[in-house]
Design a protein around this ligand. Structure first.
Ligand SMILES: Cc1ncc(COP(=O)(O)O)c(C=O)c1O
Length: 388
């Protein structure tokens, strides 16, 4: 075994010398957008709890109170103990999928274990040899992993460059049986957005299928927090719309919205749905509860937009123009070591901010990524101005 472990040690040493070594940190949520880290309570600017739902103890109490102290109810069970296709498809799944279907105008909903499971399962189930998948260059790692599992060919187009996408479609659409276009709506590392109306028009003109990952838009954008496709009025024309529960919705899991036949097809072919234990009833019920609360959180959504604009304004004053209008605000620094040093300065001033480094982002674009929460106040953010 020695040579094998020697390779592992060499890899770890290279990560350390390049400033790209990662370690798990213990961070305990304290509510109100704050967490305890390294013995101090700091404003958490690295969480995806955009509406503050995950950290809201009162809300959690409201949720449990619905069960009137009946701790033995199967609705609060902590395991489904089986795949959805065997005995794990508990009644809470049907309720959650019905609530999602209602939110998306009656289209079919399929709940998956996580956004990662959705992305490594859906495209590989759909795209086969003879097909092409075209993906935005900055799509999330889970989408890239899904592409790697596809039998289809894949190409990447420059980030949000729909002219280039159209040129590729015009030149190559005829070579393939089916073409899929896949994008995020709000991009996780850059916090910018894509023109979904134009994308939908393109996919219709070139007879493609469109998959949109709304992981960072669900809960924070659109009517009732249905996402950016809904905000731009095109949700019903997107073939597969993916949302996650683990971010603004303060829970765990994900969903896909689509035509009923597509849902049926995925139940039969999506390996990351079939070959895994379903989510526990307590999680599904909490997701359903969070979805209902989220629908009424327009004030929090507006506050989040206001905080994003404020921070972008400070960055602009410091000579950095950050595209987008979202709750994710990147502060690109360059080399990994410089980003680590900057993160340290922010931590000293009371913020949980970490350096985002390769391979999460391209080499030379290491950054801090401010991930805002409506649970924070503008006053909480004020010290950032002096740190830019
Ligand atoms: C765009 C995008 N899609 C999917 C995921 C994965 O979602 P989940 O955390 O539910 O696995 C993430 C987050 O990590 C993401 O940023």
């Amino acid at each position: 075994m020695q040579p094998f472990l020697d390779d592992i040690r060499a890899d770890l040493a290279a990560l350390k010398s390049g400033g790209n070594y990662r370690a798990l940190r213990e961070i305990a949520p304290e509510g109100d957008g704050r967490s305890r880290y390294d013995g101090r309570v700091l404003c958490n600017l690295s969480s995806n709890d955009y509406l503050g739902l995950a950290g809201d103890a009162e809300l959690r109490e409201d949720f449990y109170r619905q069960y009137n102290g009946d701790w033995r109810t199967p609705e609060l069970a902590l395991s489904s103990a089986s795949s959805r296709l065997l005995t794990g498809n508990t009644p809470a799944y049907a309720r959650l999928e019905a609530a999602l279907s209602e939110l998306y105008g009656g289209r079919a909903a399929l709940v998956c274990n996580s956004g990662y499971h959705a992305n490594i399962g859906i495209l590989p189930a759909l795209a086969k040899a003879g097909d092409l998948v075209i993906s935005d260059k900055l799509n999330h790692a889970s989408i890239i992993d899904g592409l790697r599992l596809c039998g289809a060919e894949f190409l990447r187009y420059p980030h949000v460059d729909l002219d280039r996408l159209e040129a590729t479609l015009a030149a190559r659409r005829h070579e393939y049986k089916r073409v899929f276009v896949v994008t995020e709506s709000i991009f996780s590392m850059d916090g910018d957005t894509v023109d979904l109306r134009r994308l939908v028009a393109l996919k219709e003109r070139y007879d493609c299928a469109l998959v949109v990952d709304e992981a960072h838009a669900v809960g924070v954008r659109g009517p009732k927090g249905a996402g950016l496709c809904a905000e731009q009025g095109v949700a019903e024309r997107v073939d597969v719309l993916i949302g996650t529960f683990g971010k603004a919705l303060g829970s765990t899991g994900a969903y896909a919205i689509m035509a009923p036949e597509l849902r049926e097809y995925l139940i039969n072919h999506m390996r990351s749905l079939i070959f895994t234990t379903g989510l526990p009833p307590v999680v599904l019920n909490w997701s359903c509860f969070a979805l209902q609360r989220c629908a009424a959180m327009d004030r929090e959504r507006a506050e989040l937009m206001r905080l994003g604009a404020l921070l972008r304004g400070w960055l602009r004053d410091a000579g950095r123009d950050v595209p987008g209008d979202t709750q994710i605000v990147p502060y690109v620094i360059g080399e990994a070591a410089a980003a680590l040093a900057a993160a340290q300065r922010f931590q000293e001033r009371g913020f949980i901010v970490f350096a985002i480094r390769p391979p999460t982002v391209p080499k030379g674009t290491s950054r801090l990524r401010f991930s805002l929460s409506a649970a924070l106040r503008a006053e909480d953010l004020a010290p950032i101005r002096e740190l830019l």
